[in-house]
Every structure is written in structure tokens, then in C-alpha cells.
Design a binder for this molecule. Structure first.
Ligand code: BES
Ligand code: MN
Ligand code: ZN
Length: 490
């Protein structure tokens, strides 16, 4: 999708989008002669200008028939989220409409540069789709819209979009692509290849460890998960040095289970296909790194992805196996389906040993229990540091990637003690997301600020929203990008 900004509406064929704020119809002034008929039509359609409501009409525009979309933005509402909703609503509605160009005329709203830029952002994000495997789309199902022109925002909107938001669109799109691809296409090796190609030329440095390298480091937990699969594990490290030398970096760590069958503790068949997106945390890390590099963020970040496939097989690990992690701590693997924490434990040790980060933020589709707690609206946030947690929650609210803080406590930690090893990889059913977080915390070294984001309810959506269609959401990219902008670039 091409997003452009202009001072005046272009000539030629296009659909016109006009926002209306609640019952205040002043935005329709841009329609000149057609204003009265359109307003009458809105009355007859009982259109009240609520956010994301749409009235579609055809008007006579100086002798030619033009499609008009009146889009509600709600009364009195303004700001980034409202803007994104407007752009997203228009894009969704026009994507396969037959129109090639949409012009969103903001003249009636008095949007500042960022608000106008975020109309473009919403439109671009909502337009993302992945048709690679659809060979039989009928002509009238194919997308036609390829350009959105935002008119009437403050000067500076184009620059704001190019510098701040276009990189985010690139990052989110990459994440969605990785999450959408099935597990026969994206497995640890091809995940790395796909990312290499996608970040080529951005200035990101990539380092990849294969099985032999990880064996030498003693990453027995991550490799234990991988050993049931013919697909070899990888640890991928992305580095962005936007703040020059010196200073401890911030680390993002992502769970990259390219498919989670559960292993020998195998999952039930119904719905198992969803486990292709069990790499959503790693996907978010990659997307965020790309966005940060493209916008040349003034921060030093290292992004780590633990990439494995969790399969049952002749060489798979068994319940009861004891593995030795890179940290030296041992783990009794009670349930091979609690694999994400095993991968993250070793990845976190690796990043601490090699990069001495001041702060670690890990993202993972870690537990079904977080869906029971928070549904699909919030991801769970666990942290050993109140200030870090608060800053992440602010970034979550600003970006729309919302976080709800969950507790950590010694009493939960005790629940994962093992009679034979230092810890076991599952606790009781109750508080399953918390004991999972406690497990990860055992790998965080003294003095390191750490936050864990359980995004199992967020990587994928069964219903469309204003900035994404049903499917991969790209959750986490905007959260990390916003955190870097708010906290590290200041
Ligand atoms: N990848 C799953 C968590 C998950 C479940 C993500 C549903 C998205 C939707 C994770 O590896 C897992 O299997 N967790 C187990 C842990 C249990 C064995 C302690 C779970 O949540 O059931
Ligand atoms: Mn699992
Ligand atoms: Zn998993």
C-alpha cells in the first residue's frame, strides 16, 4: 500500500473518504454542492458518526460519479488511536472495492502532523494481507486499492510518517508474515533465512548459532526441546547499535517455537494448527529490530530468538528427563509441552553472558493459562522492577499493544522445586502463567531488570480489528518500538 500526503485532493478517479466527529457534521463542508444530499442520506441511514461507523454513498462530483465514504471518528475524540481507526476503517472497506485510490480528506478535523500521519499508519497496517497460497481468488475478491492519499493534515505529516511510522509498518508486516507462514515453510533454518533477506541493508548485524555451537555452550534445555525434530535448532542474534559505543544494551528475547506439537506430552488434535504461531515472540523481536533499524533509533539493542521445533520423535526428550541448562542449573522436564520456558532460560543466560544487558524484555506465547486470565485483550506482564513495568504499560497504552501486570512471589517460586533437580518445568495447574514466569526468573542474574510478556492471547486474532484483519496481529512490535522511543531515546 502506497501512503501519500498532499495539500489538496488530487484530480482523477478515486474514492473520497470524509471523517465526521459524532453528530457534528461540519466535516462535510469539503463536499461543497453535495453536502446537503449527503447529510440527508446520513440522517436516513441513522448515521451517528460513532467511531468506525461507515456510510457508503455515491455522489455527483463536478459531473462524475464518485464513491464517498463518510467515516465516523466519534464525538470529541482525537489523538493517535482515533486517527488509526479512521485510516484502518477506510482501508478495510475499500481494499477490494474496485477502487485503486482512496483520498482521505481531513480538512474538517484540524489534525496535527502526528494525527494525520497516524491515519496513514492505520490504513497501511490494516491493508496488510498475505495471498501467497491463494491461487483461486476471483477477480472481485482480489485487492484493488493500492494508494491512499491523506489530505488536509498539518504540514509535516509526510515527514512524520516517513520517519516514525513507515518503519513500524515494515516491522509489523515482517512479523505478520513470519507468524502467518505455516511450519513446513518456516522452521528454525528458514526463519533465519527469511529474516536475513528481510533486514538486508538496514544496518542490523546478524549472528546465528547452530546446534554444535549451542552444544559447546551447554544449552541443554533449548537443545532438549529441539532433539525430537529433524529440523535443527538455531539461536539468532540481531544487533542494533544506534547510540554508539558504551552503555549496557537492552535485550529483547523471543520464544521462537516454529511448531509446538507438545512433544511426547502431545497436544490434542483439535486446534493444533494454531501452534504454527508459537514463534510469535521471536517474530515480534525481529519486527521490532527491523523497525528500530529503519528509523535509526538512538539506542543499543540486542534481539535474541530461540528457534526450535517441538516434535515427538524417536529421539525426543521424555517426561522425567533431566537437562542441564547453560546457567548450570538443572531442570526436570515433567511435561515436554512446557517447552517455551526451556528455550527462554538458555537464551536469557546467553544474552547475559555475552552482552551484559541492563534490561531484558522477553516475549513469548508461553501459556494457555494467560488466555484464561486475560482473554484476547491484554498480554500478561511480569517484572522484577516496578519502574520498568510501569514504563512498559505506558508504552502498551500508547501503542495499543496493551499489558496487564501479573504478580510474582516466592510462594509461587517454591511450586517449581523438583525432588531430583534444581527445578521442574511445570507447577500445578493453578497460576500456570505465574509459575511459568517464576521459572524464567530463575535465569535472570542479580541486578538485571527483567520483564516477561506472555502474549499467548495476542499473536493471532480470530476477528478483525481496526489495524489488523483476522490472523497474525504483529503484537509486540509497536510495544517495543514505543518503549525504545519513550524510554531509551530520551
Ligand atoms: N505454546 C503453548 C502455549 C499456548 C497455548 C499458546 C495456547 C497459545 C495458545 C505452550 O508451549 C504450552 O503448551 N503451554 C502449556 C504449559 C503446560 C504444559 C504447563 C499450556 O499452557 O498448556
Ligand atoms: Mn507447549
Ligand atoms: Zn509453546
Amino acid at each position: 500500500m502506497q501512503i501519500r500526503f498532499a495539500d489538496a485532493r488530487p484530480q482523477g478517479d478515486h474514492a473520497l473518504v470524509v471523517p465526521v466527529a459524532g453528530k457534528d457534521r461540519s466535516g462535510l463542508a469539503v463536499l461543497d454542492a453535495a453536502q446537503q444530499t449527503v447529510s440527508t442520506a446520513l440522517d436516513r441511514q441513522r448515521f451517528e458518526g460513532e467511531a468506525s461507523s461507515v456510510s457508503e454513498q455515491f455522489i455527483d462530483d463536478n459531473g462524475s460519479t464518485r464513491r464517498l465514504l463518510v467515516v465516523g471518528v466519534g464525538a470529541g475524540a482525537s489523538g493517535g488511536e482515533t486517527s488509526e481507526k479512521l485510516g484502518g476503517t477506510a482501508a478495510a472497506r475499500l481494499q477490494t472495492s474496485g477502487e485503486k485510490t482512496a483520498v482521505i480528506d481531513l480538512s474538517g478535523l484540524g489534525y496535527d502532523a502526528d494525527a494525520a500521519a497516524r491515519v496513514g499508519l492505520g490504513a497501511a497496517l490494516r491493508s496488510w494481507r498475505y495471498d501467497r497460497y491463494r491461487t483461486k481468488l476471483k477477480d472481485n475478491q482480489k485487492p484493488t486499492l493500492d494508494e491512499i492519499v491523506v489530505v488536509g493534515g498539518d504540514a509535516g505529516a509526510a515527514q512524520r510518517y516517513d520517519q516514525r511510522w513507515a518503519p513500524v509498518v515494515e516491522g509489523v508486516s515482517l512479523t505478520r508474515e513470519l507468524v502467518t507462514e505455516p511450519a513446513n515453510i518456516i522452521y528454525p533454518e528458514t526463519f533465519v533465512e527469511r529474516v536475513r533477506a528481510a533486514v538486508d541493508g538496514t544496518g542490523l548485524e546478524i549472528e546465528v548459532l547452530d546446534r554444535t555451537a549451542m552444544e559447546k555452550l551447554g544449552m541443554g534445555a533449548l537443545l532438549g526441546v529441539a532433539q525430537g525434530s529433524v529440523r535443527e535448532a538455531r539461536l539468532m542474534i540481531l544487533r542494533w547499535k544506534g547510540a554508539g559505543d558504551g552503555g549496557q544494551p537492552t535485550a529483547f528475547v523471543g520464544k521462537g517455537v516454529t511448531f509446538d506439537t507438545g512433544g511426547i506430552s502431545i497436544k490434542q488434535a483439535a486446534g493444533m494448527e494454531a501452534m504454527k504461531w508459537d514463534m510469535g515472540g521471536a517474530g515480534a523481536v525481529v519486527g521490532a529490530m527491523k523497525a528500530l533499524a529503519l528509523r535509526k533509533a538512538k539506542a543499543n539493542i540486542v534481539g535474541i530468538c530461540g528457534l526450535v521445533e517441538n516434535m515427538p520423535g524417536g529421539n525426543a526428550q521424555r517426561p522425567g528427563d533431566v537437562v542441564t541448562t547453560m546457567s548450570g542449573q538443572t531442570v526436570e522436564v515433567i511435561n515436554t509441552d512446557a517447552e517455551g520456558r526451556l528455550v527462554l532460560g538458555d537464551a536469557i543466560t546467553y544474552v547475559q553472558r555475552n552482552y551484559k544487558p541492563a534490561t531484558i524484555i522477553d516475549l513469548a506465547t508461553l501459556t494457555g493459562a494467560i488466555l484464561i486470565s486475560l482473554g484476547h485483550e491484554w498480554a500478561g506482564l511480569f517484572s522484577n522492577n516496578d519502574e520498568l513495568a510501569a514504563k512498559l504499560q505506558v508504552a502498551g497504552d500508547q501503542s495499543g499493544d496493551k499489558l496487564w501486570r501479573m504478580p510474582l512471589a516466592e510462594s509461587f517460586d517454591r511450586l517449581i522445586d523438583s525432588p531430583i533437580a534444581d527445578m521442574k518445568n511445570v507447577g500445578p495447574r493453578e497460576g500456570g502463567s505465574i509459575t511459568a514466569a517464576q521459572f524464567i526468573q530463575r535465569f535472570v542474574e542479580n541486578g538485571v531488570k527483567w520483564a516477561h510478556i506472555d502474549m499467548a492471547g495476542k499473536a493471532w486474532s480470530d476477528k478483525a480489528a481496526s489495524t489488523y484483519d483476522k490472523g497474525a496481529t504483529g503484537y509486540g512490535v509497536r510495544l517495543l518500538d514505543q518503549y525504545v522511543a519513550d524510554v531509551l531515546e530520551r
